[in-house]
Design a protein around this ligand. Sequence first.
Ligand code: JB2
Length: 204
Amino acid sequence: MSDLVVIGAGGHAKVVVATARAAGFDVVAVLDDDGSRRGRAILGARVEGTTAELGRWPDALALLAIGSNRVRKELAARLPARWATLVHPSAVVHESVRIGEGTVVFAGAVIQPDTVLGAHVIVNTAASIDHDCQVGDFAHVAPGSHLAGGVSLGEGAFLGIGAKVIPGRRVGSWATVGAGGVVIRDIGEGCVAVGVPARERGPV
Ligand code: JB2
């Protein structure tokens, strides 16, 4: 059993702790830079301090359990950690799929052959990613979202809950697709797209 330090003590961390335990990790500490959270617990795992204290667990792997794609990017660049990769045992991930460090795949997700997931990606509950997709670092595919084959998500892209992307389309870096949106045309870098079909509302 590997030791894991979970960074972040909010709602996303709760699911990360549950996933980590299901995947056989021992969650030895939770850290949060909001000092007021010290002493609280996430599913029984104590908030021991801030990320400045990461060195207290030199042999543990770590996982950024913060929903904000930009905050995960900032912390990944700054913190001297060895990152875990978590896959819930109920997820179906083809053996050809490549998964970057720090990435989490939650319960019920399905990932099909030859898809590549970058680093610190979130594949949330019951999302599906079909064959030959490319998912950039720090992207987040929210619960119940579906990517058809050959879709590409840029770095930090966010697909809201229940969003869908038809085959071969690209969602640009740091773009957002609103909940339930259906992407049938490429979405530009940094754009917000909403609706069915999803239409761009311009940069954030
Ligand atoms: O700038 C920051 C920062 N901003 C927020 N730097 C650092 N180091 N940490 C930051 N945080 C941390 O993110 C907070 O201290 C806290 O630990 C966490 C925010 O918690 P919250 O419960 O608000 O959100 P979350 O990121 O855990 O979960 C969101 O994203 C998930 C994917 C929620 O929307 C969930 O419902 C969602 N499932």
